[in-house]
Design a protein around this ligand. Structure first.
Ligand SMILES: CC(C)(COP(=O)(O)OP(=O)(O)OC[C@H]1O[C@@H](n2cnc3c(N)ncnc32)[C@H](O)[C@@H]1OP(=O)(O)O)[C@@H](O)C(=O)NCCC(=O)NCCS
Length: 170
């Protein structure tokens, strides 16, 4: 059996591996509505744009390297939204179905209250059963469907909004 990966905070040295995983969906999937891979400078900007240094980026790593990553994003620059954040989770195609996505999202849910985030939001394209199953397994609820809000590969796409409300830390 493949040993479980370890989780750790991402560094800039992980950006090539993070974007190798992400760009598979940029170019060939609908999990992200990005359509153009980021340049080196844009990758650094993605890593460094972290208002207040608050929002974690976590990687899962095993002997084959980085097998997945997850992060929290600021939901809105308007300060009254500071208790909300959006999450993203991506697992390398050959490492899916081994619990790595669950481990990454559980880690984000553990870290969120530590930075004062008590509402997690996920946007998931209709037709991504793996991501819907992952989020619903971890207590996210569908709160709406944004109809016909995107186009990729010539298909008009609907996007589910999901939410997980956390308890304040004791
Ligand atoms: C979505 C994704 C992160 C899930 O990661 P993963 O490591 O394969 O998922 P896990 O093995 O941790 O499984 C998590 C749960 O989802 C379920 N699941 C995983 N893949 C599934 C699939 N293809 N269909 C249905 N359920 C699935 C598992 O049964 C599991 O449920 P359980 O923990 O209650 O048993 C991964 O498929 C991925 O990276 N996909 C492409 C990028 C993406 O869609 N990211 C999310 C953007 S919103």
């Amino acid at each position: 059996m493949t040993p479980a990966p370890t989780l750790r905070a991402a560094t800039e040295a992980d950006l090539a591996a993070i974007f190798a995983i992400y760009d598979e969906q940029v170019l060939h999937g609908t999990a992200t509505f990005d359509t153009v891979p980021k340049s080196e400078a844009e990758r650094l900007d993605w890593f460094r744009t972290n208002p207040g240094g608050r929002y974690p980026i976590v990687v899962a790593e095993d002997e084959s390297g980085v097998v997945g990553w997850g992060r929290l994003y600021q939901w809105s620059p308007r300060p009254a939204y500071d208790r909300s954040a959006e999450n993203a989770v991506y697992v390398r195609a050959d490492a899916r179905g081994r619990g790595i996505g669950r481990a990454l999202l559980e880690e984000l849910l553990r870290l969120a209250p530590q930075i004062g985030v008590l509402t997690l939001i996920a946007r998931i394209v209709d037709g991504n059963p793996a991501s819907l199953a992952l989020h619903e397994a971890l207590g996210y609820e569908r709160i709406g469907l944004m109809r016909r809000c995107g186009v990729k590969f010539g298909a008009v796409l609907d996007v589910w909004m999901l939410q997980r409300v956390l308890d304040a830390p004791r």
